[in-house]
Design a protein around this ligand. Sequence first.
Ligand code: ATP
Length: 270
Amino acid sequence: ELSKTGWLLDITKLTLGENIGEGEFGAVYEGEYMGQRVAVKTIKCDVTAQAFLQETTVMTKLQHKNLVRLLGVILHKGLQIVTELMTKGNLVNFLRTRGRSVVNSAQLLRYALDVCEGMEYLEFKKLIHRDLAARNILVSDDNVAKVSDFGLTKVDAKVSDSAKLPVKWTAPEALKKEKFSTKSDVWSYGILLWEIFSYGRQPYPKMSLKEVKESVEGGYRMDAPDDCPPGVFALMKLCWEHEPRRRPAFHKLREKLEQQMAKHSPDPWS
Ligand code: ATP
């Protein structure tokens, strides 16, 4: 089926390079495909590969500047998923290693807006990510943040097995009743904003998963990260409204972030 659609790649045109990461189901390699630098994610287990292959079909229909682009798949030793290479790696490591001296708050806002625009596109397509977190955001060579691991999350055991849910990122109604929606993605986006403005810190520092579950249910929310612009912290709080329908949609969040951007980089004409 994929071969007809042009998403099946020719393995003889692929050159594999260094190992650049470990995924849950196999290693990730740097490589080159027909002159383009790519990342190759390997899925060794055949059963998992079958499930991933179905979900890759979702990816083939998605194209946006803030979503990591799928180039195609190779059916060899299970499944190999070929995507554009994001040379600066994932956003958590990126922010942790560079820190405040290298990345300023205007740049942080830029990453936040990048992710929001990618999510606005998924919202428009009525797709739920379910695993939105800074570890799943990758940064390109030209410094654009893009959402990764979308469309694949549904086959991930993490999702159906509630014991494996990423508790610190998951909305209360999703944790309790498995009610996932765009608005549960918005909750996760709020946590991601907190990760960005704290330069890649672990959310709810020093709290156990059990403590997080109980206290969040009881109304507890994280404090603003150090030096976080108050307008950005206000957005986090909106994302963390207990009632899903009171949380803003991604298109609303994008407008609010653009207003924040305008405040941060004063208009040179005024
Ligand atoms: P999944 O959530 O589907 O189980 P995973 O989290 O196990 O996936 P990935 O996040 O896809 O695995 O990949 C692991 C690491 O490999 C990433 O954190 C990142 O550092 C690196 N990586 C993945 N894809 C790319 C890419 N396109 N470009 C550069 N590095 C990548």
